[in-house]
Design a protein around this ligand. Structure first.
Ligand SMILES: Nc1ncnc2c1ncn2[C@@H]1O[C@H](COP(=O)(O)OP(=O)(O)O)[C@@H](O)[C@H]1O
Ligand SMILES: [Mg+2]
Length: 252
């Protein structure tokens, strides 16, 4: 009895952060638990970056402060991809609601980048942060977070993996401390087992969302599956989605 009351109180106290993905929130009790770290994974072209942008758009519409960290694309590319859905990232940047940080591999080689990133997050009171992608950070050969550069130092694969996990997890300790709801985008390889290719992104993740597609007849059927979300009742089944003029939208 007491347990039941405690559970109810906890649910009431927990703030939900709307994802902005049309039709998704109703399957996850209203949104992501505030301050959680959710991994979004899928093969190239499955819609991960758009998912990340749309998640930030929802925040900016509510005057939240947002940070998009990209290793994959230049800020200009992000801005123009967003514009395809009428999301005016330039305007939000000018209004101080959005910051886009592009890390090329040269920057990733500077050890300080990570401390700078953590500092940036700590100093700016962001509400939402997207990392696009954790996989690129982990596989960038010269990154201090890399799992590929340690072989030269005679480190075993298992030790490298653990180091990389600890390093990446330290990023999310910072976002958690500040109650920031965070998306870590990750890559999946078609035909390869595992939800992420790096097996680092999902470590310490509060949630795991998979974007996938399959050919049905002569049409491409895209689907989204919430495989895990802490403190949330999920159905776990894949739901069909499409790209509309407003972004990703689940089929009714
Ligand atoms: N308006 C649209 N109509 C149909 N498909 C779209 C539209 N906009 C984007 N896409 C699809 O989204 C994909 C790119 O999404 P993106 O988020 O960049 O993928 P990822 O980050 O997973 O590689 C494209 O390959 C394209 O198939
Ligand atoms: Mg992408």
């Amino acid at each position: 009895m007491e347990d039941t009351i405690n559970i109810q109180e906890e649910k009431r106290d927990m703030m939900r952060v709307k994802t902005g993905i049309k039709g998704l929130d109703e399957f996850i009790e209203g949104g992501f638990p505030k301050g959680s770290y959710v991994v979004v994974t899928g093969i190239p072209g499955s819609g991960k970056s758009i998912f990340g942008m749309q998640f930030l758009v929802e925040g900016m519409k509510n005057n939240e402060k947002c940070l998009f960290i990209t290793v994959e694309q230049s800020p200009d590319e992000i801005v123009s991809q967003a514009m395809q859905f009428g999301w005016n990232f330039n305007q939000w940047e000018n209004e101080g609601k959005l910051k886009i940080v592009s890390l090329d591999s040269k920057k990733l080689s500077e050890m300080n980048t990570y401390d700078e990133l953590k500092q940036l997050i700590q100093d700016n009171h962001y509400d939402r942060v997207v990392f696009d992608s954790i996989t690129s950070i982990v596989y960038s050969p010269i990154s201090p977070y890399s799992i590929t550069d340690g072989a030269d130092r005679g480190l075993q694969p298992q030790a490298l993996m653990e180091m990389s996990r600890a390093n990446v997890a330290s990023l999310f300790e910072v976002t958690k401390q500040h109650g920031i709801t965070t998306l870590g985008i990750s890559q999946k390889v078609e035909g390869m087992p595992g939800d992420t290719v790096d097996k680092v992104s999902e470590f310490k993740g509060d949630g795991l969302i998979i974007l996938d597609s399959g050919v049905v007849g002569n049409a491409l059927n895209r689907n989204i599956q919430v495989k895990k979300l802490r403190k949330t009742k999920i159905d776990g089944t894949p739901h069909t989605f499409d790209f509309t003029n407003d972004g990703i939208s689940l089929a009714p």
